[in-house]
Design a protein around this ligand. Structure first.
Ligand SMILES: Cc1cc2nc3c(=O)[nH]c(=O)nc-3n(C[C@H](O)[C@H](O)[C@H](O)COP(=O)(O)O)c2cc1C
Length: 326
């Protein structure tokens, strides 16, 4: 088996390197810059039931060595346009496509999930449509409570009890908010409610101020920080999720839930750290904006690492962290 060949929740990927939602276009716009046949999968921009123009500019800013700030506001073409114009083009994308879904009510998520899953089912399934998974972006405020879905185990349970039964053909991933208090309780709620994989995580709440005009630099005032600064924090979340959920499940002979890690991966070493902490696959976000060809360097580096670690396949290194005293 090739060294990076990966099985993610039953989906065969040529590599564990995935392009993250919102950082590689609506669908396959990166095709002009890199050969998408060399990445494991790509994730669409988050799709909402209605089209959204998103926030005013500025909505993307550099944040020095820390990475970048964004407050895009979920600009996307909406569900109908996605189904009519984008979904039929997924079959020609040379890597598996995962569709990201966002919303402000449980019904928003349910509507998108049900319609996209039905599209896949009615068109001969994931192999033909090339749409293999839905990823719920739960870093959105619930209009009823004002609390982000991803910040409450109760809201995640409610959301998945509505959405899980509607998704029969695609795999269902949940992309959690890393700044959530008691994140591991939320991971547990998503696992118990039937998530096929957990994506950990999203951006961290952040802002920047222009001290001359004394105004916030982002039109939305606040936004999300991504890039190198969040990497060590995201790594700890993945390590905790693996240790608290998957290690005990495996010991008890129960199914484990694959973890898809992201946050500030700029080098293959950052990606390899996530694999050792327990991730099955990793996603690239900010690095694509800094260097669109970074998936090549990261893939090549991981391949060499697997070889140097004398392993046949990267799966043998998942969670293979050597702790003091072991
Ligand atoms: C410009 C931009 C747009 C994004 N849009 C989305 C989105 O639509 N849906 C989503 O789930 N995450 C979105 N994200 C978050 C990324 O997918 C990723 O979770 C985050 O940037 C952390 O990874 P990184 O540090 O590798 O960039 C966006 C990030 C950026 C920088």
């Amino acid at each position: 088996m090739p060294p990076l060949h990966t099985n993610l929740a039953g989906i065969d990927l040529r590599s564990p390197v995935i392009l993250a939602a919102g950082t590689c276009g609506i669908l396959d716009e990166m095709r002009d810059v890199i050969d998408l046949g060399r990445v494991g999968a790509l994730i669409t921009k988050s799709i909402t039931p209605e089209p959204r123009e998103g926030n005013q500019t500025w909505r993307i800013l550099p944040a020095g060595n820390a990475g970048m700030l964004n407050a895009i506001g979920l600009a996307n073409p909406g569900l109908d346009a996605f189904l009519n114009s984008h979904a039929p083009r997924c079959a020609a994308v040379p890597c598996p496509v995962f569709v990201s879904i966002a919303g402000f009510t449980t019904d928003d998520y349910a509507q998108c999930a049900a319609n996209i899953d039905a599209y896949v089912r009615d068109n001969q399934g994931p192999t033909t449509t090339n749409i293999h998974a839905l990823e719920l972006n739960v870093s959105c405020p619930n209009v009823r409570t004002g609390v982000e879905f991803g910040h409450s185990a109760t809201l995640i349970t409610e959301l998945l009890s509505a959405v899980r039964p509607l998704v029969q053909t695609c795999k269902l991933f949940v992309k959690l908010s890393p700044a959530a208090p008691h994140l591991q309780d939320i991971c547990r709620a998503a696992i118990n409610a039937g998530a096929d994989a957990l994506t950990l995580g999203n951006t961290y709440p952040a802002m920047a101020i222009d001290v001359n005009t004394r105004t916030p630099k982002l039109a939305n005032i606040t936004g999300g920080l991504s890039g190198p600064a969040i990497h060590p924090i995201a790594l700890k979340h993945v390590y905790d999720a693996h240790r608290l959920h998957n290690t005990p499940a495996r010991a008890a002979g129960k199914p484990t839930t694959p973890l898809i890690a992201l946050g500030g991966i700029m080098t293959w070493q950052d990606a390899a750290e996530f694999i050792l902490a327990g991730a099955t696959a990793i996603q690239l976000g900010t690095t694509l904006l800094a260097d669109p060809r970074s998936p090549y360097h990261i893939t090549k580096g991981l391949e060499k690492w697997v070889h140097k670690q004398s392993r046949a396949n990267i799966a043998e290194l998942i969670g293979d962290l050597r702790l003091p005293g072991q």
